[in-house]
Design a protein around this ligand. Structure first.
Ligand code: SF4
Length: 64
């Protein structure tokens, strides 16, 4: 699994960081998403997929 985020469209809701905190964090200044682990291990995949589903801006993409 590889993760990509369209930073131009992230609205800084923080949903991803709450859903998958081992994979996503937020920038301290603008609260925009920071990808901590762009290729997370299998034990994180369910949380990542949940973050994809719940991202209010639909900007997280799972590449494989
Ligand atoms: S859930 Fe989506 S919009 Fe919210 S911080 Fe994460 S990537 Fe950005």
């Amino acid at each position: 699994m590889k993760i990509a985020v369209d930073m131009e469209l992230c609205i800084g809701s923080g949903t991803c960081a709450m859903t998958a905190p081992a994979v996503f964090d937020q920038d301290q200044d603008e609260a925009l998403v920071v990808i901590l682990d762009p290729e997370p291990p299998p034990e994180q995949w369910e949380a990542v997929r949940s973050a994809v589903r719940h991202c209010p801006a639909a900007v997280i993409t799972v590449l494989d």
